[in-house]
Design a binder for this molecule. Sequence first.
Ligand code: BGC
Length: 389
Amino acid sequence: MNRWKRCTCLLGLLIVLAGCSQEQPQTTESIEPAPEKDTEMNTESEFQLAVQSEPYGTTADGQEITQFLLSNEKGVSVNIINYGAIVTAVYVPDREGKTENVTLGFNTLAEYEKKGPYFGAICGRYANRIAEGKFTLDGKEYQLAQNNPPSHLHGGEQGFDKKVWAAESFSDPDEVGVRLSYVSPDGEEGYPGKLTLKVVYSLNNENEFKIDYTATSDQATPINVTNHCYWNLAGKENILDHELILNCNRYLPVSEVAIPTGELAIVKDTPMDFTTAHKIGERIEQVEGGYDHCWVINPLEKQPAFCARVKDPQSGRVMEIFTTEPGVQFYTGNFLDGTEASGGYQKHGGFCLETQHFPDSPNQPEFPNTILKPGKVYEQTTVHKFSVE
Ligand code: BGC
């Protein structure tokens, strides 16, 4: 038995013992090392493809939250809690093999429960903005919360990032993960229809961290779900030296309240052009307030399509993103301000690449459709692939 296995067995015993005194109907508490494909190869390795779980904390209204720890043979690991389906940490080795957490997050559940910058969370029912929180569907007008005045942002006052999700881990020969689900009742946050959403986070030995989304609804409803991880591939300071490529020839210019004007503008000869690598900080001063826009991903036959590549030249860490979505919101943490509410992170301490449909689509019929009809299935996939250079 190698060190890892001895450690997981001991941990398993502890968790089983702890589990005896706690009831957690919504989650499974288990350790499930993946079946080994090649025992000889693994005996030398410190790491294995595995998923573990541990108690994370209790919400203000007394619900037990579990943290799932996904890890692979390459030393990459991802932590996820079933509150907000939040990715609390992603550990990635640099070119010297030194591992660092490359996402921003809080240290406690209580902090995640407060109004915050959506660190690592799943945002919905409609991520990003809806103008004046209003839309008309099948002749009926709906008014949502204008929680980012005058707009509706990331699903309202209590979006999916503030919900307790059902969760269970799984372990296959090629990947490990956690399946989360949340049922959003008809009328929740003003949206029509009971929506059943499933989010599957998985990790494999190719260093691919994948998010699969599926949803159904019993009435027509707008839907746009995204993950809101803030990344800092250096694991420290700011992201202005990171080099970014976006597979996007166009972006969506916005009004003074960050609502798309409807134009799909060409990026060429503007600071929005990342079709070749540029440091994030190189032209950021030319963009009022910093980057916080949706780019249009160039359509590719191969799905999920290449969306973005980011490199931190210091550590050599690289993250590539592939997605089935038509857009990506590139946000440079412009509102982080070093306060407790920002987790102590400074402005530009992290960036988001939120794969999604276009903001305000329910009011902009030329944009790709975001209305999910009963009997149809909403399906999206986004992959984050880590490497070093
Ligand atoms: C938006 C920002 C917003 C942030 C909230 C991003 O998705 O584009 O405008 O401030 O989320 O943390």
